[in-house]
Ligand binder design. Structure first.
Ligand SMILES: [Zn+2]
Length: 293
């Protein structure tokens, strides 16, 4: 049986300068999470050979399209992608490429506040929303969420603002929901961006909660995954690992791979190469048909 691949994209999640141990992660996430990340990940650079501080729009575009987005733009671009980056994302991305090869893909995040059409008209489109709109064409909503067929971006649903009362769940339950979605798909993506938001805030109490939830979620995914499940976790740029600054960092991000051989150190030098690692190494899609230009 083919592997079920789960990818978690954690925004603003870098490797601390002094390593995983004795870091903010060991303080807020516990030794199990730190042990997993240090044993099953390699560092990947996010600067793409361009000066300045790495940012989300170019970082995530690189991660999900394989294009060196910062080089194309001549700089690191923050926030939501503009027209040129959106054009790149629509040209090809992990979802569209896998779908072309007959794979079943899922974006697990629930869209509770707005529909995909409303977001499109508001031009408030993140990299992942742009990618979903141009490939899958629909997003999971509150009904999907309440029936365990989606995961809310805070994992626990505690920040949902809704007219109906919504019960909070544990990060462990969110992990089990994600595993059940992944059982029906070849590739399932989940995006966690509260790490970046917390990294921009001066209050480390928020970061403690956000990293605490993330670590419980990741440990449960690893513990409850079957042998057919492969888990990838990576980031778009550093931020939350360094509480001495409220800005992004130039630190590398981890490429965590569980259930599949880890690439050798330096085999994946830069963030855009993660795209090819997923297509070629994991899905065995040859480079000639993985959209190289
Ligand atoms: Zn940020």
């Amino acid at each position: 049986m083919d592997k079920r691949v789960i990818m978690i994209m954690v925004d603003g999640f870098g490797i601390p300068e002094k390593g995983w141990r004795n870091s903010i992660y060991s303080e807020f996430c516990g030794s199990r999470f730190v042990g997993l990340l240090s044993d099953f990940s390699i560092p990947v650079r996010t600067d793409m050979g361009i000066e300045g501080i790495p940012q989300s729009a170019t970082g995530q575009t690189a991660l999900f399209t394989g294009f060196n987005a910062a080089k194309i733009m001549g700089m690191h671009m923050q926030g939501f992608p503009g027209p040129k980056l959106r054009e790149i994302i629509c040209r090809r991305n992990l979802f569209s490429n896998l779908m072309e090869k007959g794979k079943k893909v899922a974006f697990a995040n629930a869209y509770v506040q707005y529909t995909l059409e409303e977001l499109a008209s508001m031009r408030l489109k993140s990299v992942t929303t742009t990618m979903v709109e141009s490939s899958i064409g629909w997003v999971r909503n509150i009904e999907d969420l309440l029936s365990g067929k989606a995961v809310y971006h805070d994992l626990t649903r505690k920040t949902i603002k809704s007219n109906i009362s919504i019960q909070e769940i544990s990060p462990k339950q969110a992990a089990r929901d994600l595993l059940s979605i992944s059982n029906e798909h070849d590739f399932t993506l989940f995006e966690y961006f509260l790490t970046d938001r917390a990294g921009h805030k001066p209050n480390s109490g928020v970061l403690k909660e956000v990293l605490g939830d993330l670590s419980v979620f990741v440990c449960e995914l690893v513990d409850s995954a079957t042998e057919n499940t492969l888990i990838i976790l990576t980031g778009d740029h550093g931020n939350c690992e360094d509480i001495s600054t409220k800005r992004h960092t130039k630190n590398p991000v981890p490429l965590f791979v569980y259930g599949h051989p880890l690439p050798r150190d330096n085999e994946i030098a830069s963030i855009e190469e993660i795209y090819y690692f997923i297509l070629e190494d994991i899905f065995k899609i040859p480079k000639s048909s993985s959209g190289v230009v």
